[in-house]
Design a protein. Structure first.
Lengths: 184, 123
C-alpha cells in the first residue's frame, strides 16, 4: 500500500489523465476544529459505467493488460476506512469522474498527507496541456495553483524542462508549507 | 518564499536555449514508471532525483518523463533510458542515489550502469 496520502492522490489522478481528461481538479481540505481531512479528485475524462464504478474498488478488477490487478482505488479506499473516513466515486460515461475521500484528521491510523507538493509538481509538469488545478485549505488558509497560470508565464517554454520542474516543485513546497506556519 | 516573478526569469533563460530539447535528434529520454506499482515502490522521489540531477548539471538534451506500468511490477521503481542509436536500457529497483549515478555515468559519460539493469537483477 501507499505510505502517504499524497501518493494515493498521484495514483488516482493518473487515472484521470489516462481517462483523457483535459481538466483535473484536486482539492485537499484540512479542518482541525471539525477533525476532518478531505481529498477530492475530479476530472472531465471519459468516465465509467455504473458497472465499472461498482467494480473499481475490487482489487482484482482492472482495464489494464499489463497485469491482472488494479490496486490504486482499493488502496485509497482502505486508507480512508482505516481512519474512520468515507469513500465515494461518482462517475458518468462521457462526463467524468469524481473521487472523494474523508479521514478523521486526528485518527492514529490516518496516513500523513506527505509530500503533496511533489505530487502536484509532477502532475502539473508531466501532463501539459492537461489543466490541473490544485486547492489546499488548512483551517481557513488557502493556496491555489494551476497549470494554466504557469503556462501563461512560460510563454511556450515546456513545463517538463528539468529546471522549470525543479522550480515548480520548490514553489509549491514553500507555498503549501506556509499554510502550516504559525500565525505571525 | 519563491514567487512567480522568478519563474519569468527562468523562462527567459530557457527561451534562449529552446529548440535544443525534445525535437533535437540527439535527445536522450528517461522514462520512469508511474503506475500504482511504481508509485508504491518509490517512483516519485526517483523521478524527482532524475529531474534534479539533469537540471543541476544543466543538461540540455535530456528529457525526464513518466510512463505507465510496463508489467514488471516486482522490479519497481523502473526507468528506461533511450539514447538515440543505442539499445534501450531498463534500470530496476531504483532509488534517488541510483538515479543520480545513472545521470552521471550513463547520460553524461556514456557508460551503462550494468549493476542496476534488469539483466543484472535477473541473475
Amino acid at each position: 500500500m501507499m505510505q502517504e496520502l499524497s501518493l494515493n492522490v498521484l495514483d488516482v489522478a493518473e487515472n484521470s489523465i489516462r481517462a483523457g481528461a483535459t481538466q483535473v481538479g484536486i482539492e485537499v481540505c484540512e479542518d482541525t476544529a471539525q477533525d476532518i481531512l478531505s481529498i477530492r479528485i475530479e476530472d472531465n475524462g471519459c468516465g465509467m459505467t455504473a458497472e465499472q464504478v461498482a467494480r473499481v474498488t475490487d482489487p482484482f478488477y482492472t482495464t489494464r493488460t499489463t497485469r491482472k490487478v488494479g490496486l490504486g482505488v482499493p488502496f485509497f479506499k482502505m486508507a480512508a476506512e482505516m481512519a474512520e473516513g468515507t469513500f465515494d466515486i461518482a462517475s458518468e460515461p462521457g462526463a467524468g469522474t469524481t473521487v472523494s475521500a474523508t479521514f478523521r484528521h486526528s485518527h492514529v491510523d490516518r496516513m500523513p498527507l506527505g509530500d503533496i507538493a511533489s505530487t502536484m509538481a509532477l502532475l502539473i509538469c508531466a501532463n501539459e496541456p492537461v489543466n490541473i488545478r490544485y486547492r489546499h485549505v488548512v483551517d481557513g488558509r488557502e493556496f491555489e495553483a494551476e497549470t494554466r497560470q504557469f503556462c501563461e508565464i512560460l510563454e511556450g517554454v515546456p513545463l517538463s524542462s528539468p529546471e522549470i520542474q525543479l522550480f515548480i516543485g520548490e514553489y509549491l513546497k514553500e507555498n503549501i508549507g506556509a499554510l502550516y506556519a504559525p500565525e505571525a | 518564499m519563491k514567487s512567480l516573478a522568478e519563474l519569468q526569469a527562468l523562462r527567459d533563460k530557457a527561451k534562449a536555449q529552446m529548440g535544443m530539447r525534445e525535437d533535437a535528434p540527439d535527445n536522450i529520454r528517461i522514462l520512469v514508471g508511474m503506475a500504482t506499482c511504481g508509485i508504491a515502490a518509490g517512483a516519485r522521489p526517483v523521478l524527482n532525483a532524475f529531474v534534479e540531477e539533469v537540471a543541476k548539471r544543466g543538461l540540455k538534451n535530456v528529457t525526464v518523463s513518466q510512463t505507465g506500468c510496463i508489467g514488471i511490477c516486482q522490479f519497481e521503481p523502473v526507468a528506461e533510458v533511450y539514447v538515440p542509436g543505442q539499445e534501450k536500457t531498463t534500470y530496476v529497483k531504483l532509488n534517488s542515489e541510483k538515479a543520480a549515478k545513472i545521470v552521471v555515468d550513463h547520460i553524461v559519460n556514456g557508460n551503462v550502469v550494468t549493476e542496476y539493469t534488469i539483466g543484472a537483477a535477473n541473475k
